[in-house]
Design a protein around this ligand. Sequence first.
Ligand SMILES: [Zn+2]
Length: 505
Amino acid sequence: MRWPSLMPMLAALLLAACASVTNPVSGKRELTVMDERAEIAAGAKAHREVLAEYGVVGDAALQAYVDGVGQKLAAASHRPNLKWTFTVLDSPEVNAFALPGGYVYVTRGIMAYLDSEADLAGVLGHEIGHVTARHGAAGATRQAGAGAAVVGATLLGAIVEATTGIPGLAQAAGGLAEVGAAGLIASYSREQELQADQLGAQYLARVHFNPGNMVDVIQLLGDQERFAAEAARAAGRAPPASGGWLASHPSSDQRLQQIRTTAQQLLAQQPGGWADDGRGRYLQSIDGMTFGDGRAQGVVRGRNFFHEPLGIAITAPQGWRIVNASDSVALINAKGDAGLVLRLVPPEVVRKAGGSHEAVLRQALGATDGRIERLTLGGGLQATHFVGRRRDARGNIRPLDATIASGPRGELFLLGRVAGSAAALERAQPLLREAELSFRPLAGAEIAAARPWRIDLVPLPAGGFAQLARNTPLIELPEQQLRLLNGVYGRQAAPPVGSEVKVVR
Ligand SMILES: [Zn+2]
């Protein structure tokens, strides 16, 4: 009846939901759910989630070094007044990303493969570009709320929920997918990626680094992909689905061509030439950095998984592979259709259950009716196996095949048997049981094997990387891996004999 009077109200509602913001890079007004204040607040909240999910590398000098390089670039960017935060995450994944509001991350995984301060600046400059051009904030406009649902899932529930199908298992192992920030670490469009490259090259030039380093970084990521494919072929595995930076930053010819052109244009405008690429400074700062799996995540050594802080070990059956995620580890069969997921039962869940295996099964996993069996695992660890049905968070009845085991230090662990189908689970049962029975206290020689690997610097010997490969713990294609680490994978070129190169100890 009073229809016309509703119109101003609707308009006011729309205005409240969307703000018009000037894009710092394009200078154009754009409609967004996030004004700058909301952008910073959303970034700060997601930042806490990222830190909790990954942990940070506990090397204050390394953090300060990366922050210094980042701050210099950010000061030369389109948004020098944002409060920028640069963090090295304790993850072996080769990855870098940014959150709206000025939060930029590089993993120690990507840092191992960069070869100079200018390379690092290329990665940081690209990520700064995503922030200055408000790509994440614009992405959030499209997917506002996507992150909240992920955070809402309880940890223990999430793994069982996510791993009832094997595609979910791969996702759970992917790391970022679990982070609530996933909604903000939006997948960028091709145009946004190209723009971030251009901005990264511009920022490099503004701080007097050769923008050609942006090309090197993209080439390096392409090398990573080719190496992963070569290693998979050599081991008779399917080539890995690329994740992290590789998935969102394909090293396409078009991308390389565009960034080369930009670098040449910037070069022409800077006849004075470029500053030193800071290779020495960079290598000094990563000397001794953990390489591959770290102490906090546990390490994969062949078919074994060792976790020194928790004092546990488990062995995958012959031909299986181990996927080590930040808060769980999955032993997956050769066909990839069944696996065993191991994770720590959160202490608050154990407390609530009074430390009882059966109470954890019932309270945390929703076990209803089924068969309970007592087991003694490796080294005498006590466990309770349940096979039957469970009620999930939505009240649906689902199958459950899981074991709760007491660790050597009083913690409880969940060993969940998961598969793509009931038939696949049935086929895998003997080996799933074999894997489960191998769960044991970490002891003896395995304690030394559980020590993480480190980056070390040595002069390149006359025998080159082939000679260095004879003395490295790297297992798969060690010579090629060392070449990849030093930016000469798949090339004839090698640094001069006697020059400092990275090795793994
Ligand atoms: Zn990007």
